[in-house]
Write a protein that binds this ligand. Structure first.
Ligand SMILES: [Zn+2]
Ligand SMILES: [Zn+2]
Length: 898
């Protein structure tokens, strides 16, 4: 039998056994299983190291929970729609479906090779009609609930991908706005588009973050900023003359006679010197109908995009009335005012707002001061505002009856005093644009009819299936006459089928629900099961998903709840946001050519390494040296088990040092369990390494106790199996000869584990002290080492001090409590001295949860073999006598070396 562990030799066997025994399959009648999910992969070709890390984390945790006795739902599926498949197919003269399916086959094989324990009976693939019909069905339900809009909108357009991009798919780089996929500068276009009105949930999505205690604060903060809640006020400005556009229908409510602006600083209202509306604002549209220069300007901004036009703008022929002073203010159409932020209009306060200041300089508008820095008692003499605005809080001036008030108080007073100023909250979040002018996505289930407008495809005609792929640079669906031309479900007349497909983030916004009942034909998911099985207990994925995917699943869950399909409103209880695997300090990427293939080092070594290298949320560097460490750990454990089974020369009667080992096994179980709970797999690996090292030393020291040693090896097998499952089975099989570790019970400590950390530290510290003394006293070969335990009463002192650790310690009262009627107790002076030294040690952080006298003495008895082994001396543990009583302390035995 080889004592070398060869993962490749055994993986297929164990994978076969796991599958044969259905160990990962979750029965549908499971009661509230633990739902562990990794973000399903985009089917881009092959797995990369980020995937391996992601799925190694979920797999280790799922296996751990399963051994703890939970029913575990740990499914896998494929995020299979999207542009790259279409591009790849275009380049290879293939079609997206064949290309995607080939990717899935390859990636599934890789996942299986890595030994991840998925319930494959629940596999889902988003590009299959059985899946995407439910995207269409859900689109319809959202539509009926008023959460879908069809609107002309200025959208981000990537000329290279020939598609619309969501705001979050546009990257800002060096003042350029570029496509997240191909780095092409993004243009602006006006198109009729489908939106999910996620903004209706802005407040709830924002406030709900507060309660997501299982999410990393970083992710919550990114979402908070993305939603962009702003408090302020809505202020109404009447126009001097109402405006009516030529184009009827544009203003269904007739003439525009007022403009509402939103401001986060309503107290600066006396400093308003102009009004500006965005080019998309109703007023701008109405004015464009009758004024050429407004029309030209609106067109320019539309073509070039708001970021390209700086502080340009055009003055209109209308004026607005300041609601407090009655002054007439000029009204501009300005590109720097964004249509979908606030009300799409601002009051220009150049003295106290950066952007308004920039605009005012450009257009020679007055800059007025209405806030000075300082407090009500002490205002500073501020410099001129010509160079830069003053944007801080301060004291009002030039503001009529509000002069001399602090800005915050002025704000409240203004809102209370004037009907035209109303407290308001606005959000930066915009509606979710889901239209894509591409082929490889879910067809939007709508037909456009001349007579009936846009009509939803009836449920019984779903799914609207994708026709065959055709190669074109545009939208392939536009090229399919048989797809495009259809009949109207309402009037039976000729109609045009919608050729936009859905953003693939729609597919992934609810996929975690489909896993609950992947084959259900009547509904997207089993609602009763969703109420019981949700939320996802642990969700793991890359931190780049903080805003898109992780916001969309929160929105979708709420929308489904409001439609009445589920009860829960938050989909994920605990989120683990995994860090990046680096190579030479950079993220691994094919374009940089610094990729390590997942299987290059052997599947199990790779999994074990990515888990043991760092905390899941941290980045770490891939180095061959550290990979070696993961490899060696497996080999060591395997060799130990093999040698034990083949040639163990063991003992039956138990000795003191066996008890130490037995206890250390318990201590390791407790520590490892804690680390698994907290996803600190790297510390699990360290614990396992250390116990293995101790067991090897134990074996070398003396013939091992048969049961103790076997128990140690079995415990190691169980503890490592969530991270290295094939190795776990091999070890288990060797040592027990029956059963599967994957189905074994999680090891339980056999003794009360509460003080294990103090115990470990006592032993470590004692060893260090011995080393120090041997070193300082320059003792060559110590013959005899005595570990002298402090008298029993000193442990009572330590216990009393621990009880009183929170307050100020009153030394006489401690002495009283320790000294009560006990013959063994020495004089009050001696007790006071000990209290003093213990307090001194506590102040230096040297005190642990104290052990009792008996526990400490027993522990040292059991651990003394470590000292004997290290120094080759006789080691004796005894109680302090005479003058030694002032040297030995609880947690710190005195040491005598001869
Ligand atoms: Zn692009
Ligand atoms: Zn019709």
């Amino acid at each position: 039998m080889p004592s070398h562990y060869d993962h490749a030799q055994v993986q297929e066997f164990w994978q076969y056994v796991w599958e044969r025994d259905d160990v990962y399959e979750l029965p549908d009648d499971a009661t509230d299983p633990t739902y562990v999910l990794g973000m399903f992969p985009y089917t881009s070709g092959t797995l990369h190291m980020g995937h391996v890390r992601n799925y190694a984390i979920t797999d280790a945790y799922a296996r751990y929970r399963r051994m703890c006795g939970d029913d575990v739902l740990h499914p896998m599926g494929w995020d299979a729609f999207g542009l790259p498949a279409e591009n790849a197919a275009y380049e290879r003269a293939s079609d997206p479906e064949s290309w995607t399916k080939a990717c899935i086959r390859r990636m599934r094989e890789e996942l299986e090779t890595l030994g991840f324990g998925y319930d494959w009976s629940r596999e889902i693939t988003t590009c299959e009609p059985e899946y995407y019909r439910w995207n269409q069905w859900l689109f319809k339900r959202l539509y009926e609930a008023g959460l879908v809009e069809y609107e002309a909108a200025t959208v981000n357009w990537c000329p290279d991908c020939e598609t619309v991009l969501a705001d979050a798919q546009v990257d800002e780089r060096d003042d350029d706005r570029i496509c997240w996929r191909c780095d092409t500068p993004v243009e602006q276009r006006e198109l009729d588009q489908w939106f999910f009105t996620i903004t209706e949930y802005a407040e709830e999505l924002h406030d709900g973050l507060e309660d997501l205690e299982g999410w990393p604060e970083g992710v919550r903060e990114i979402q908070r900023n993305w939603i962009g809640r702003q408090e302020g006020a809505k202020i109404g400005f009447e126009l001097s003359t109402p405006v009516t556009g030529d184009d009827e229908g544009d203003e269904p409510n007739g003439a525009i006679d007022a403009v509402d602006v939103f401001s986060t600083r309503p107290e600066t209202i006396y400093g308003a010197t102009y009004l500006a509306v965005s080019p998309g604002h109703d007023l701008a549209r109405a004015l464009a109908d009758r004024t050429d220069d407004v029309a030209d300007y609106v067109e320019t901004v539309r073509e070039r995009g708001p970021d390209e036009v700086g502080f340009s703008g055009v003055e209109t022929d209308v004026t607005a009335v300041h609601p407090l002073t009655g002054a007439e203010l000029p009204v501009y159409v300005a590109g720097y005012v964004l249509e979908d932020v606030g009300t799409g209009a601002v009051m220009g306060v150049p003295g106290h707002n950066e952007r308004d200041h920039g605009f005012a300089l450009e257009h020679d508008l007055p800059i007025e001061r209405v806030v000075v820095s300082g407090t009500e008692d002490d205002t500073a003499g501020d410099e001129t505002l010509e160079d830069e605005p003053y944007t801080g809080e301060g004291i009002l001036e030039g503001s009529g009856e509000y002069d001399g008030l602090e800005s915050e108080r002025a704000r409240d007073r203004l809102v209370a005093d004037h009907d035209a100023i109303q407290a308001d909250v606005t959000y930066r979040l915009r509606d979710w644009l889901i239209s894509r002018q591409r082929y490889w996505g879910t067809p939007i289930p709508v037909v456009h009819c001349e007579d009936c407008g846009h009509v939803l495809v009836p449920d019984e005609e779903l799914p609207v299936e994708l026709p065959e792929f055709v190669r074109t640079t545009g939208n392939p669906l536009e090229e399919h006459d048989s797809f495009r031309h259809t009949t109207c479900p309402e009037c039976g007349g000729p109609a045009r089928r919608e050729t936009d497909t859905m953003d693939t983030f729609v597919d992934s916004s609810w996929y975690f629900l489909r896993f609950l009942s992947p084959d259900l034909a009547e509904a997207p998911f089993d609602a009763e099961r969703a109420d019981e099985w949700l939320p996802i207990d642990v969700y793991v994925g890359g931190d780049e998903h903080a805003i898109l995917h992780l916001l969309y699943i929160r929105f979708m869950t709420r929308a489904l709840a409001d439609i009445g399909l589920i009860e829960k409103r938050e989909p994920v209880e605990r989120l683990v946001s995994q860090g990046t695997v680096l190579y030479d300090g950079e993220k691994m990427s094919t374009s940089k050519g610094n990729v390590v293939a997942p299987l290059e080092y052997g599947a199990e070594t790779t999994r074990l390494f990515v888990l043991s290298a760092a905390h899941p949320e941290q980045d770490f560097e891939w180095t061959a040296n550290n990979v070696r460490g993961a490899y060696d750990l497996q080999q060591n454990l395997y060799r130990m088990a093999t040698e034990f089974v083949e040639a163990a020369d063991t003992r039956v009667e138990r000795r003191n040092h066996d008890e130490y080992i037995a206890r250390e096994i318990d201590r390791t179980i407790v520590a490892v369990t804690e680390e698994y709970e907290r996803f600190r797999f790297h510390r699990v690996a360290t614990e396992i390494r250390e116990l293995a090292r101790l067991l090897r030393r134990y074996l070398a020291y003396d013939r091992p106790h048969d049961e103790v040693y076997r128990h140690g090896l079995l415990t190691l097998a169980a503890l490592i199996s969530p991270m290295a499952p094939h190795l776990g089975e091999e070890l288990w099989n060797k040592l027990r000869g029956e059963g599967l570790v994957v189905e074994a019970d999680w090891p339980e400590p056999r003794t009360e584990p509460s003080n294990y950390a103090s115990e470990r530290r006592l032993v470590e510290r004692t060893l260090e002290d011995v080393r120090d003394i041997v070193d300082v006293a320059d003792i060559d070969e110590p013959q005899r080492i005595e570990l002298v335990v402090a008298p029993a009463w000193t442990y009572r002192v330590a216990a009393v001090l621990t009880e009183e650790a929170d307050g100020d310690v009153n030394v006489p009262s401690v002495v009283d409590r320790v000294s009560v009627g006990d013959l063994e107790t020495p004089s009050r002076e001696t007790v006071a001295t000990v209290v003093g030294t213990l307090l001194d040690r506590a102040s230096k952080g040297g005190m642990d949860q104290p052990l009792t006298f008996d526990d400490e003495r027993t522990l040292l008895e059991r651990a003394r073999w470590l000292v004997a082994d290290e120094f080759g001396a006789d080691v004796v543990v005894r109680c302090a006598e005479g003058s030694e009583t002032t040297k030995a302390r609880p947690g710190k035995p005195a040491i005598r070396i001869d």
